[in-house]
Design a protein around this ligand. Sequence first.
Ligand code: ZN
Length: 183
Amino acid sequence: MSKTKFAKEQKRKKKRETIKKNKIKHLSHLRQMILKFDELEEVRCEAVDLDSDYKKIIQDLEKAISVTKNGIGLAAPQIGQNKRIIIIRPDLKTNAMQSFVNPRISEISQDTTVMKEGCLSYPGYFAKVIRSIEIKVEHDFNGIKKEDSFKGIEARIIQHEIDHLNGKCDVGEEYKKSKIYNF
Ligand SMILES: [Zn+2]
């Protein structure tokens, strides 16, 4: 290997390392976007003004959830935006996401199930929560009111995320209880 070739190789290696370092920095920045434990402000969120730049919030939610291993839903207050926006990612294999602006449950089934839920803002904590099996959700889709039906896991995630918009989180309640017991 000639001297110039060696220098070139070193330069390339350094560049690769910088790219890797920046990527790690970027990923950790995205991971830090989700507010954890006491950082999360539990308040009733404001309705989204459809003339505002709310699509930026949707993009940020998508970025924040995409770097989590098993996040299946996220609400805007969890990234510090107290606006009525949620996203769901029910199938981790396809990674498909659906966002809802100003979601409102317009119909809810009497049939319920109990399941253990986790929350990206309270890692390591779980709560058994009763949820309706089927719901109808009214939301603003590109400025038009739309109503969609959901059942099973999708219905459960949407109910969990809408709770966040109303300043409520059952998993957060478990976390708070554990803090009292640890006194
Ligand atoms: Zn949650």
